[in-house]
Design a protein around this ligand. Structure first.
Ligand code: URA
Length: 479
């Protein structure tokens, strides 16, 4: 569409993805340049000269489709507070019509910028899940729970289903400066924004969160500075369990065993998400959500997301890899790329069932160097491994595996707490302070890198032998 006049396009809300998508598709089909469009949120919008929003221009080009990955990306980006997001997405949509492979171009500055915005939104979504705390208030209808939260982005609606699913049995209200959500046990309603003063302070529910928090608290590892970094001060003041920290630190060693026991017994399933307590699974979920917002070391910046461990929450066997690779970083799951396929094959040959184990990594973010369009794996350094030990220690405390298999030197350093070589540590058990036992073997990607086919075959057979031995050892330990 030719012309220089601006076109005002109204949107119903800051996170109005459907409104943006419908309008942007029409604009691209009418060849309207993104720099002519003024995206305005709210009712009765006008431009600076008093012009009102008009109808969208008629399409001059046929309908087109875009990859699902773009729509997922756009859905996240829309929640960002950056006012340019609508125009950036419009530009990307117009380019995608001409170049459908654009999404694969990780080096493209626009795609990188959009990925970065989406990442910030996802982190904010996870922060709300991890750091929001309900307080109990009594009203005519019985107990009701109210929480105050200040998100950085427009993510409250995106989180509504999460809170609905987790706290379906409670009546609750979430107040934020932009809007409020109210669940009466049957219907979810939206209301206007609120002020901090509208939300109550301390109440009996705090006890629930204290118990819940204690169950995932590892006093042996606590560093207040690191903790504050994990839970930014903005959230810290709203979280009742922060009052617990000095006591937890003071009685650290003596309390540790009790806490671990509490996390496994007092918090029974079925009570998850209710005011009485949290199951081991709920504690693990909370841990994973906190890890999703991890900023303990700089690796979170270029990575797409935290790749947390997965598997059986009470698995007797835990595998620890090095760090997610390119595919794991995109999928958000450990060992799904080429090394993961090699690992799965070896496990099957050794008679081990991956689904019965817990699989995680020493470092939870993908470290890489960008070379053109490719992201090349880079080895995590000592401080990065040590920073991430916070998470793996928490995973170990919750899962309580009898046997931990470290795949490669990075995993061995993380599990054993010191730098070791594979040659010196392979083939013997390493007793750990918590009563479990570590074994060290090679990393599957080492096998993938061996240039000599015969050597690769022999090393693979040795790896399978190691795994079979660990299976037998697990049987002995179970005794
Ligand atoms: N390598 C690892 O160490 N972990 C993964 O998850 C994938 C590759």
């Amino acid at each position: 569409m030719t012309g220089t006049t601006s076109l005002i396009v109204p949107l119903d809300a800051e996170d109005d993805f459907d409104g943006w998508r419908d309008a942007a598709r029409a604009l691209v089909r009418a060849d309207v340049s993104p720099d002519r469009v003024i995206w305005q949120v709210g009712e009765g919008v006008t431009d600076l000269f008093g012009g009102a929003a008009g109808p969208l221009p008629a399409a001059t080009a046929p309908a087109f489709s875009v990859p699902r990955a773009f729509l997922d990306l756009a859905r996240s980006v829309i929640g960002h507070r950056d006012p340019e997001r609508f125009a950036l997405l419009h530009t990307a949509l117009a380019r995608l019509r001409e170049a459908p492979g654009l999404m694969q171009d990780q080096a493209d500055p626009l795609i990188r910028r959009l990925e970065q915005l989406a990442k910030e939104v996802r982190r904010d979504i996870h922060k709300m899940r991890a750091f929001l705390r309900f307080r109990e208030v009594a009203d005519g209808g019985g107990a009701r729970f109210v929480a105050w939260f200040e998100p950085d982005h427009h993510i409250v609606r995106a989180n509504a289903d999460f809170f609905l699913n987790r706290f379906a049995a409670m009546r609750w209200t979430i107040l934020t400066p932009e809007l409020s959500l109210d669940w009466d046990g049957e219907t979810l309603r939206e209301g206007p924004g609120a002020a901090r003063a509208d939300a109550p302070d301390g109440d009996p529910l705090e006890e629930t969160w204290k118990t819940y928090y204690a169950s995932i608290f590892n006093p042996a590892r606590v560093k207040v500075g690191a903790m504050l970094k994990e839970m930014p001060r903005k959230y810290w003041k709203n979280m009742p369990e922060t009052a617990l920290v000095p006591a937890l630190i003071a009685g650290a060693q003596a309390r540790e065993a009790g806490m671990v026991a509490a996390s496994h017994t007092a918090m029974t399933k079925g009570e998850a998400g209710t005011r009485r307590g949290a199951s081991r699974e709920t504690s693990w979920e909370a841990l994973r959500e906190e890890a999703a917002g991890c900023t303990r070391c700089p690796l979170f910046k270029p990575a797409t997301q935290t790749v947390f461990g997965e598997g059986r929450i009470d698995a007797p066997l835990m595998f620890v890899g090095e760090q997610p690779g390119d595919q794991e970083d995109l999928a958000g799951r450990p060992f799904v790329g080429p090394a993961g396929q090699m690992f799965d094959k070896a496990l099957a040959e050794a008679g081990l069932d991956r689904a019965a184990a817990y699989v995680t990594n020493a470092v939870k973010h993908f470290k890489y160097e960008q070379r053109g369009k490719r992201r090349i794996h880079a080895k995590p350094n000592g401080p990065e491994i040590d920073a991430c030990r916070w998470w793996i220690d928490q995973e170990r405390t919750l899962i309580q595996p009898r046997l931990i298999v470290a795949l490669g030197a990075t995993a061995a350093r993380s599990v054993l707490g010191k730098a070791v070589t594979i040659a010196a540590t392979r083939g013997t058990p390493h007793p750990l302070a918590d009563g479990s036992e570590a074994w060290v073997t090679v990393h599957p990607s080492y096998l993938l890198r061996l240039p000599d086919a015969q050597a690769a075959e022999a090393e693979y057979a040795r790896f399978v032998e190691d795994l079979a031995r660990m299976k037998a050892r697990l049987g002995e330990l179970a005794g």
